[in-house]
Design a protein around this ligand. Structure first.
Ligand code: FMN
Ligand code: ADP
Length: 190
């Protein structure tokens, strides 16, 4: 059960991420249990964990970092990227539909829902006009926020996820953490 008490408002030192981060994984967005949007109002894009070398050793819990998504060229949320932006992917990758966003995610069994299989679920900190199932997504995890908990109610779970969103935004705003956006892995390169 979630312990009582205040939570840290920012994660990691101002100097930037520390080992073992960044932890990276990528895959096509698949469907989960359909609870993210409908029950919680917080959609989470699932990517398969099979074949991710570090996943078995990773602690279950909530992580944050950057996500690259290749949106189909017909996607209504494919807003233009200012070419002057130093953190945008290279122009050819922008043309292929790649965009970079901050993200917060959970890796584990979702104790509140008592899942039997381990999942990786990414909430992208951006408002999309439609879904992006089947899109290629690459993530670079830069820090660990907290363990997964069971909750007395769905409202208590939602409140903690909203705090995770704020902690992630605040942590990534710092200069040394913004550099993480320039990781080529985020636009599909090895
Ligand atoms: C940032 C974040 C934190 C989460 N923390 C927890 C948690 O502490 N306990 C839990 O049971 N589930 C947690 N979840 C998982 C939600 O329960 C999950 O996203 C929801 O069940 C939707 O599942 P679905 O996408 O497979 O439908 C978290 C999800 C996110 C995005
Ligand atoms: N900001 C967002 N972050 C993550 N996924 C989003 C977002 N906005 C829209 N989506 C879409 O919503 C889907 C997740 O919806 P959700 O209700 O959690 O269902 P499920 O987990 O069963 O697939 C993602 O796969 C993606 O296509």
């Amino acid at each position: 059960m979630r312990p009582d008490g205040p939570r840290p408002t920012i994660i990691g030192p101002d100097s930037g991420p520390e080992a073992p981060f960044p932890l990276r994984m990528k895959g096509k967005v698949v469907s989960g249990f359909g609870r993210g949007s409908k029950e919680l109002g917080i959609p989470t894009a699932n990517i398969p964990v099979e074949g991710v070398s570090w996943i078995d050793e990773a602690e279950s819990g909530v992580y944050f970092g950057w996500a690259g998504i290749q949106l189909p060229t017909s996607h209504p949320s494919l807003s233009p990227v200012p070419p002057s932006s130093s953190t945008a992917p290279p122009e050819d990758k922008v043309a292929e539909g790649w965009r970079i966003y901050p993200m917060v995610m959970s890796i584990g069994y979702n104790p509140f829902y008592k899942n039997k299989v381990r999942s990786a679920e990414v909430h992208v900190l951006h408002k999309f006009e439609t879904d992006f199932y089947g899109s290629e997504m690459a993530i670079s995890i830069l820090g660990y926020i907290r363990p997964e908990y069971d909750y007395v109610s769905v409202e208590a779970l939602i409140e903690d996820i909203n705090t995770d969103i704020e902690v992630s935004k605040r942590s990534l705003e710092r200069e040394a953490w913004q550099k993480g956006r320039e990781d080529r892995y985020l636009w599909g390169e090895e």
